[in-house]
Structures are given as C-alpha cells and as structure tokens.
Ligand binder design. Structure first.
Ligand code: SPV
Ligand code: MG
Length: 295
C-alpha cells in the first residue's frame, strides 16, 4: 500500500482543492467500505476522498444520529479506515460539541492524519438534517459558533487541516439572508470552507445560495451533499460553483438493502441457495477483496 502516514496524508485534501477544484467524495464507514472508495476505478473515474458520516457510523452501530455515538467511538472507526487506505478523509464532526472539547478533538483528528472536519451550526440535541422540519432543529447563535471555529483553528498545529463550517439555516427553516450572513461570519472567523445543506428535493435554495456565495467568495471552497436533490449530476453542481460533492450515505443504504433481501430470502427458502446466487458475491471473491499487504 502507498504511504498512509499522517504527515503525507493530512494535506492531501488541501492540495487537491488547489490543483483540482472539483472533489468527489464517497461515504466510508468501516475498513471494507474504505477499501471500496480507495480502490474502485471505472475507466478514468475514481473517488477523491472519503466522508466519515455521523449518520452511517451511528446507524451501523444500531444507534440514532444524535451524537450518542461519542467522539472516542468515532475515532475508532476513523482509525480503522485510516489503517487500510491512503485517500484524504473528511470527518463529519456533528456540532463539534462543547468548544472546550472541540479544541482537543480537532488536534486528535489532525494528529491522526484526517484532512478536514465539518461542523454544523446547530445546538441542543442534534437531529439528522434530512429529518428537516419533522425534527426540532435549533440553530446555534452565529457568534457562538464562530468562536468555536476560531478556537478550533488556533488549536491546530499545521496548515494542512481544514475546519469547514456547515450552515443549517435551510434545515431549520431559516432564510437565504440568514445563510449568507452566517457564511460571512464563519469565514471571518477563519473557516476554511462552507458547506450548505438542504433536505428538500428541489435544489433551488441551494443553487441560489451557491450563486450568491460564489459571487462574494469565489475562492472559498463550497461543499454540497446532494442526497435529496440528486436529480442534478455532480458535474452540473461543479459547473455552478461547488468544489466538493459528498455522497454521504449510499454504501450504508445499499448494504442495508441487500442485507435485508438476503436475510428474508434465506428465512423464507430455508436454504441459502438462491439468496447466495441472487444477492451475494462468491466466498472466493470476498476472500480476495483484502489483498496481501507486505510492501
Ligand atoms: C451525515 O452523513 O451524517 C450528514 C449528512 O451529516 S446528512 O445525513 O444529510 O445530514
Ligand atoms: Mg452527520
């Protein structure tokens, strides 16, 4: 395997943003899905980086996405993936927690070789953003959140690690002006990039934000997670100004679908014959997914 030591890995996302401008990211939630994102190539296409989703990490553990899976547990998952891959890692840092904890946690991630953390400007019990207005979504005071960014930035030991601010205005039913105003405040506080999120199937608020934001900040990286408005291709989003597009939960969702189909089929058939033909890869294939690594 190529070098996956923290020093050579940490700055890869920053470099990619400088050279490539358009970064395609896939969720990885364990060593195996990390290997898929690391190694998959289709013609000249491949993923540039990995997203360590709070939704997926907690769902794979059978827990809700409300920060009950704590930072120590998240670190274990991150380490598992770091160990077998070399591509840059973007960690979903939820709200970042208490500022007094955040300053320690960013240092831990930086030391491990993670490239970026994205924290969202919510407070109280964090609920998954795709629940939208079906859940209580409380925005943090923008100045309190800006202070968290500022303190996180000054805790860092290198220039390689990015702290990206995620704006949840649309998730909480707030206005375009609120989202833009928060973006300005967080950039002033030192955010290395902005993520804007939406739970709507219609991308119009995202597209309007992107246009206005990019006019004001053409050089600040903009991150999108187009789970709901996936009628737009990433190439279109890149063309309109996105720099990082994250496919945030698709390996979890496809794994769940096939685990359910397989479990049901075996139960009903009282044999694995058809299920293994229809829904499973051969044992031989799974044994060779993990190559020998002695170099
Ligand atoms: C996650 O993947 O955990 C995210 C993105 O935070 S979302 O689920 O859309 O909020
Ligand atoms: Mg999350």
């Amino acid at each position: 395997m190529k070098n996956n030591m923290p020093e050579s890995r940490r700055g890869k996302l920053k470099k990619l943003l400088e050279t490539k401008k358009h970064i395609r990211v896939m969720e990885a939630s364990n060593g195996l899905s990390g290997l898929i994102v690391e190694n998959l190539k289709v013609d000249d296409l491949e993923y540039d980086a990995m997203w360590l989703s709070s939704l997926c990490d907690s769902t794979f553990k059978g827990k809700p996405d409300n920060e009950v899976v704590d930072f120590s547990s998240r670190v274990k998952t991150i380490d598992e993936i770091l160990e077998v891959t070399t591509k840059p890692i973007i960690v979903d840092g939820d709200t970042g927690g208490l500022v007094e904890h955040f300053v320690y946690n960013v240092r831990t991630l930086e030391r491990m070789g993670v490239s970026a953390v994205i924290i969202e400007d919510k407070t109280g019990l964090k609920q998954n953003s795709l629940l939208g207005q079906d859940a209580v979504q409380i925005l943090e005071d923008k100045n309190v959140f800006a202070e968290k960014i500022r303190r996180g930035k000054s805790a860092l030991k290198t220039d390689d690690f990015l702290i990206i601010a995620r704006i949840e205005s649309f998730i909480a039913g707030e206005t375009m002006e609120d989202a833009l105003d928060r973006a300005r405040t967080y950039i002033k506080a030192g955010a290395s990039g902005i993520m804007i999120h939406s739970y709507k199937n219609d991308a119009s608020e995202i597209l309007e934000f992107m246009e206005k934001f990019k006019k004001e900040y053409p050089d600040i990286p903009l991150v999108l997670v187009p789970t709901t408005y996936n009628y737009l291709k990433d190439t279109e989003l890149f063309e309109k100004g996105a720099n990082i597009v994250i496919y945030a939960n698709h390996l979890l969702r496809s794994a769940y679908k096939y685990m359910m189909l397989t479990a049901k089929k075996i139960l009903v058939d009282k044999s694995s014959l058809e299920a293994s033909q229809e829904y499973c890869v051969p044992v031989k294939e799974i044994l060779t997914v993990i190559g020998e690594d002695d170099d």
